[in-house]
Design a protein around this ligand. Structure first.
Ligand code: AMP
Ligand code: GLY
Length: 427
């Protein structure tokens, strides 16, 4: 089989390494891929949002299956375009990708179908938003409606900060048109859990749960990032919580999307907060999370491509999806300065990585001499699998020490909170 994967981050590297394990796979194209993915697939210099370019490539280079992983091409209807060429795809159609592409859509969906989430109001007019904030409970959460690279969410601790955030989004257009409509919502507290799921619109199969570490600095300080590391499974996601999520959130969401005529097929990501009132949805993503995928897929024992095809063919109920009972930890190594400005073009050197560890490359390219050099903020993810969470964490950091590039930065506390929680629950 010839497979085409759209995207070029650590998540795509993890997906590509996994599908390459299927003996029927003879060729993988990555559009655009990256310098690390080049070792596992043929990279083609077509951007993930260049839908015309992707379609033109697929016409000239027939493929049997396409996997579309990033949010932008999904929201732009990449799957619809490829399906029109007769190529079966993994990923939701445009009309279902809206569950991530519009926060207003997803909040209204949850309200309409009684799916637990933070209380909220939608504003299209800045004066109305500002006047609402005069007596809204503080802290409050301000979200741009559209896609904003995970950065369109502001938690305001004071009324002044809240008003400033509204002005930045609606007046200064900090997130472009994404911020012309905003959601102001109730601030929730509790541990956060990410649950990626496979769904074919009939069945929903949650993958092993995970915990992201979104802030740039140790102890959850500093700016929000795309994610500085992950662990799986997430100890806060107990069997009892999992059962409630299935009944109150996962199944109702799939049914709600069907009822709206927007059947979701692909990976649906539930960003959850376990509040004192039970699990609530913080956000939906219409795709695999990154770096969540970098800990979830190494724990998948079943064949990924077979599962993806079952999602496409709506035969997921008859397909085995089995995860190991081990633990995984991913530490992201970033360019110093990320998520703000940083330098590029730094040579990456790697010692011997052990057998329990995989390195997924995200922001790196090959220079003229074929050396791997940094080209992005999040450069790579080091994922280790162990029998315990502690072992996974220690192995990941042991391997991180073998990788270097100038001004490399990583958090030193990935998994620490989870480890503490695991011990608290045990005792
Ligand atoms: P999102 O981009 O929607 O995932 O939001 C980014 C982060 O903001 C989440 O991971 C949460 O930590 C936080 N967040 C979003 N919504 C809320 C909320 N209603 N209450 C508290 N924290 C929130
Ligand atoms: N790591 C969060 C996300 O992929 O949205």
């Amino acid at each position: 089989m010839k497979i085409m994967v759209i995207g070029g981050g650590g998540r795509e590297h993890a997906v590509i390494k996994k599908i390459a394990q299927n003996p029927d796979v003879e060729k993988i194209y990555a559009l655009p891929g990256n310098g690390g993915i080049a070792a596992d697939a043929e990279c083609v210099a077509i951007g993930a949002t260049d839908i015309e370019g992707i379609v033109a490539f697929a016409k000239e280079n027939p493929v049997d299956y396409a996997i579309v992983t990033p949010d932008d091409p999904l929201a732009l209807g990449c799957v619809d375009e490829l399906e029109a060429l007769g190529i079966p795809c993994f990923g939701p159609n445009k009309n279902a990708a809206i569950i991530e592409a519009s926060k207003v859509f997803s909040k209204n969906l949850m309200k309409k179908y009684g799916i637990p989430t933070a209380k909220y109001e939608v504003f299209e007019n800045m004066e109305e938003a500002l006047s609402y904030l005069e007596d809204a409970p503080i802290p409050t959460v301000i979200k741009a409606d559209g896609l904003a690279l995970g950065k369109g969410v502001i938690i305001a601790e004071t009324r002044e900060d809240a008003k400033a955030a509204v002005k930045e989004m609606m007046e200064d257009k900090k997130f472009g048109e994404s911020g012309s409509t905003i959601v102001i919502e109730e601030f929730l507290t509790g541990p956060e859990v990410s649950v990626l799921s496979f769904t074919d619109g009939k069945t929903v199969v949650p993958m092993v749960s995970s915990m992201d570490h979104k802030r740039a600095l140790d102890n959850d300080k500093g700016l929000n990032t795309g994610g500085m590391g992950t662990i799986a499974p997430n100890p806060c996601y107990t069997d009892e919580v999992a059962e409630r999520c299935m009944k109150e959130i996962f199944v109702p969401t799939i049914e709600a999307m069907n009822a709206e005529g927007r059947t979701f097929k692909g990976c649906l990501y539930f960003g959850l907060m376990i509040t004192a009132d039970g699990p609530k949805v913080i956000e939906y993503n219409c795709r695999f999370g990154d770096p969540e995928t970098q800990v979830v897929l190494p724990l998948l024992e079943s064949d990924l491509l077979t599962i993806m095809q079952a999602v496409t063919n709506q035969t997921l109920a008859e397909t085995e999806v089995k995860f190991s009972n081990k633990h995984a930890c991913c530490v992201v190594m970033a360019s110093g300065g990320y998520p703000q400005s940083y330098e590029k073009g730094k040579l990456i050197t790697m010692g011997n990585i052990d057998d329990y560890t995989e390195v997924f490359i995200a922001g790196a390219k090959l220079d003229e001499d074929g050396n791997l050099v940094t080209s992005g903020g999040r450069v790579l993810g080091v994922t280790s699998v162990g029998s315990t969470l502690k072992e996974a964490i220690e192995t990941a950091y042991y391997n991180v020490e073998k990788i270097s590039f100038e001004k490399a930065y990583f958090r030193c506390d990935i998994g620490k909170k989870a480890y503490r929680e695991e011990r608290r629950l045990k005792w």
